[in-house]
Design a protein around this ligand. Structure first.
Ligand SMILES: O=P(O)(O)OC(CO)CO
Ligand SMILES: [Mg+2]
Ligand SMILES: [Mg+2]
Length: 291
């Protein structure tokens, strides 16, 4: 709704400011810390950028709530209520950032009554500002975005991510999914290293679909809106309605392509973002390769 346009414009302004911090640090040597796995990295820049974004937003909108990747990693409760909530990934593509692989993004979604009102994905190194407001279309650097409209999976280029999981069940599931898609056959698989950028590539028509299991709401909430506002569809990997907390997503140029991917892709168990991990056995160890 138009009432949130001012918030979106503010989000774009502070994303541009925060990108300066990321780009200054991009070429420098970094101290790297591990989170959930040896491939789940965080740097002081991730933490600094998130703090900077949240403090700027809080100053201007003191009643708004936040879900931030690094705040959750530091122990804050991940809770999406009906209140206006900013969902922030300060650096999407931290592994790329650490290696200086030139695709990193700031992802900011804004939800009210649990519905995403706008999404911002700023691909900093490329200087591409993607944005969409619910009902208002999607844009990159103010140019309107449209998906490819491709309906034939055999003519599709599909993007996915390898993710940070290194347990056998997740790795077997992920590689089997890739193999089964290639066997359809599709025309290719790509992985850029940032879920937010992977997904907005579907909005540009440069890719026909994206799917991923194991990412979090801050990785995909903004780009999910950008894809749907560009004319695409977003589903759960089981073909049901998209749920930003489920950690499973297919974004596609058309419903036939999305549904065909849902027929092939299997999910490994992962704890929902809004569930208490302590209550859930997510099977994060090798129990079998029987998929
Ligand atoms: O770099 P981040 O924010 O950890 O995100 C990864 C997925 O978890 C890349 O999209
Ligand atoms: Mg991320
Ligand atoms: Mg991140």
């Amino acid at each position: 709704m138009a009432e949130w346009t001012e918030c979106m414009n503010f989000g774009i302004t502070i994303a541009r400011q925060a990108s300066k911090v990321i780009l200054e640090a991009f070429r420098a040597k970094k101290d790297v810390m591990l989170k959930s796995s040896p491939a789940d990295l965080v740097t002081e820049t991730d933490q600094r950028v998130e703090k900077m974004l949240i403090s700027r937003i809080r100053e201007r909108y003191p009643t708004h709530k936040f879900i931030g990747e690094e705040s959750v990693a530091a122990g804050e409760k991940l809770e999406l209520t009906d209140s206006p909530t900013w969902i922030i990934d300060p650096i999407d593509g931290t592994v790329n950032f650490v290696h200086r692989f030139p695709f990193v993004a700031i992802s900011i979604a804004f939800a009210v009554n649990k519905q995403t009102e706008f999404g911002i994905v700023y691909s900093c190194v490329e200087d591409k500002m993607y944005r969409a407001q619910r009902g208002g279309g999607a844009f990159v650097n103010d140019v309107p975005l449209h998906t490819s409209g491709q309906e034939d999976i055999t003519k599709s280029l599909v993007v996915t991510e390898i993710g940070a999981e290194r347990d056998c069940l997740a790795l077997c599931t992920m590689t089997t999914n890739i193999m089964n898609l290639l066997a359809i056959p599709i025309q290719g698989i790509r992985a850029v290293g940032t879920a937010a950028v992977d997904m907005v590539l579907v909005a540009t028509g440069g890719a026909d679909a994206y799917y991923h299991i194991g990412m979090h709401c801050w990785d995909i909430a903004a780009s999910a809106l950008i894809v749907t506002e560009a004319g695409g569809v977003v589903l759960d990997t089981d073909g049901s309605e998209f749920d930003m907390m489920s950690r499973k997503v297919i974004a596609a140029s058309s419903m036939p392509v999305a549904k065909r991917i849902a027929q092939v892709v299997r999910a490994f168990p992962c704890t929902r973002d809004d569930e208490d991990p302590a209550r859930v056995n997510n099977g994060g160890h090798c129990i079998s390769s029987g998929l």
